[in-house]
Design a protein around this ligand. Structure first.
Ligand SMILES: Cc1ncc(COP(=O)(O)O)c(C=O)c1O
Length: 418
């Protein structure tokens, strides 16, 4: 006879003793599985840079220039577009690959700023640049596939690759007297039969290095011949000091090349909290990425995308004002750092980071912690950006000149004392 399953549950938890009273049953205990969680958490979990960021933020009076964002909030005209969208009830599920108006606006933006014509079906709106990298990797990687990443590189990109099942092979740039250099022959030699993709951030976080058009063309040809994917993170593509934009892989690619280009609203229009970006892929990637979106989050927030449209349509004046802030801040950084002991830094030509070597530093994680404790300044440790950068620090200078001055004072005090 079938019993009510709920009765069976209650029967399991108690029994009637010979005296007639109910006694709890001894539950059988099972050993906790050692493999309850994925192996990758062993490496993902040990993100000391993230711990240090939290540490710096938790200390009263500590100035934090450790994260990749400035102190200017999103301009009003972008926020207004979202207020309007919300008041018009744009609060429903939308298209997974993004609002058609925004996809069209991104295509128009590429044509206006880059002189590149892209069909909208190659463009997917994503919930941030980070999310775009994730989709790109998830759509191509099988477990254990190798991704060759040019370093130094933003730590999260290494984490996302591991999460997507890939293994990272780092290929470092080198710092010379005049700037950061990437040896392309060495990079090509690092690629093996197991290499599925090249991961390149240009303009680069943290160095501010920008790949030249000629180098982009060589990498594109090499990857095409070898059947290797390129994932080009171009989120700083408009944050170039002496030009309107950096050379893009899209300038040199054919439309069916195995190329994903990642972009974001975060850096150019001060929209880090909006979690909005986009991905450009080959023509046959659209349905693959759309499937991933369906099972991930069904697309970026509907109302945020109206802010994205506005940023692309009317955001050039704001971007120009941001660039002039970054440039004058960079001058301040260069002139102040030239007088500080133990520092070696080459002038970045894009983005808003000072990435510098500290003579005698053996462990940048320890140094960052010590600097927080000693002078109340939190920077990002170089070791987080790849092997071989243990004696570097990164300072984000996209902040107000007052905060930057105070931070430089504290850095100088620390270096003179230590
Ligand atoms: C190279 C690079 N890619 C992507 C991102 C993240 O962009 P988003 O805020 O759109 O996720 C960052 C943020 O610092 C970055 O430095």
């Amino acid at each position: 006879m079938f019993t009510n399953p709920l009765d069976r549950v209650s029967n399991l938890s108690s029994s009637v003793s010979s005296s007639g009273s109910e006694e709890p049953l001894q539950m059988q205990s099972f050993p906790l599985s050692k493999n309850a969680y994925r192996k990758c958490f062993k490496t993902l979990g040990s993100n000391r840079a993230a711990e240090l960021l939290r540490y710096g933020k938790s200390r009263d009076g500590c100035l934090s220039l450790a994260q990749g964002e400035g102190t200017v909030s999103t301009p009003d005209f972008i926020c207004q577009a979202v207020n309007t969208a919300l008041s018009e009830g744009k609060t429903f599920y939308s298209f997974g690959a993004g609002l058609p108006e925004l996809r069209q606006e991104i295509a128009t933006y590429y044509s206006r700023i880059y002189g590149i014509n892209l069909p909208t079906n190659r463009i997917t709106v994503t919930s941030s640049g980070t999310n775009a990298v994730h989709y790109a990797l998830l759509s191509i990687l099988e477990e254990g596939d190798e991704v060759v990443a040019v370093t130094p590189i933003w730590k999260n990109l290494i984490g996302i690759t591991e999460l997507a099942g890939g293994s990272i092979q780092e290929y470092p740039m080198t710092q010379s007297e005049t700037g950061w250099e990437l040896d392309l022959d060495g990079l090509f030699e690092t690629c093996t039969a197991s290499t599925k993709a090249l991961l390149i951030v240009t303009p680069n976080n943290p160095t501010g290095w920008t790949m030249s058009g000629a180098d982009i063309e060589r990498v594109t040809k090499f990857a095409r011949e070898r059947g290797i994917w390129i994932i080009a993170d171009e989120v700083y593509g408009r944050c170039v000091h002496a030009a309107s934009r950096a050379p893009s892989f899209l300038d040199y690619a054919h439309q069916d090349d195995r190329l994903y280009v990642v972009n974001s609203f975060s850096k150019s229009w001060a929209m880090t909290g909006w979690r909005l970006g986009w991905l450009v892929g080959p023509t046959d990637a659209e349905d693959k990425v759309r499937d991933l979106i369906l099972y991930e989050n069904m697309g970026p927030p509907t109302f945020s995308q109206y802010g994205g449209i506005e940023a692309l349509r009317h955001g050039e004046a704001f971007l120009a004002s941001q660039k002039s802030l970054w440039q004058s801040n960079l001058e301040l950084v260069m002139s102040r750092m030239a007088l500080m002991p133990r520092l070696q830094m080459v002038r970045p030509n894009s983005a808003f980071y000072a990435f510098f070597k500290v003579e005698g530093c053996e462990n940048s994680y320890d140094l960052v912690k010590d600097m927080v404790d000693e002078v109340g300044l939190s920077l990002a440790p170089g070791a987080a950006f790849g092997k071989g950068f243990h004696d570097y620090l990164r300072m984000c200078f996209a902040v107000s000149p007052e905060i930057l001055e105070q931070s430089l004072d504290r850095l100088q005090k620390y270096l003179e004392k230590a």
